[in-house]
Design a protein around this ligand. Structure first.
Ligand code: FES
Length: 128
């Protein structure tokens, strides 16, 4: 099981209602959302996989058959905030999602999956 690695993101009071902000961690941009209508918090990658725009933190929050979602402000590709799946284009890649927790007015994001190397991205090793 993957170990958690929580980073401080911001104060709850700094968040827009039913909107998002971009949290920079090293070279990574994470979109953090406060879905006020549902009293829920979510975090995803900020990069929209459609045309590689850093835009999802400025996306529009909504629900699709009970599933919380964000729509990219550029071409309205829509992603589940729970599992990152693209909900309106089967050819569009899913986005990364991150756990969020709130404690005493502070918001934290678990970036453990960012820090764990993904073997599928290693360059191929050719035996000689
Ligand atoms: S860049 Fe996000 S939908 Fe096109």
């Amino acid at each position: 099981m993957q170990k958690s690695n929580w980073i401080y993101a911001c104060k709850t009071a700094d968040m827009p209602h039913n909107g998002g902000v971009c949290v920079q961690y090293g070279t990574e941009q994470i979109a953090l959302y406060y879905f006020t209508h549902r009293k829920e918090w979510y975090a995803t990658q900020n990069l929209c996989p459609h045309k590689k725009q850093m835009a999802l933190s400025r996306g529009i929050l909504g629900s699709q058959q009970g599933e919380p979602k964000v729509a990219c402000p550029f071409h309205k590709k829509t992603f589940s905030l729970k599992n990152g799946e693209c909900l309106n284009d089967e050819n569009c890649s899913a986005i990364k999602t991150y756990p969020v927790k709130v404690h005493e007015g502070n918001v934290f994001i678990d970036i453990a999956s960012l820090l764990t190397p993904n073997p599928s991205t290693y360059p191929a090793y050719e035996q000689q």
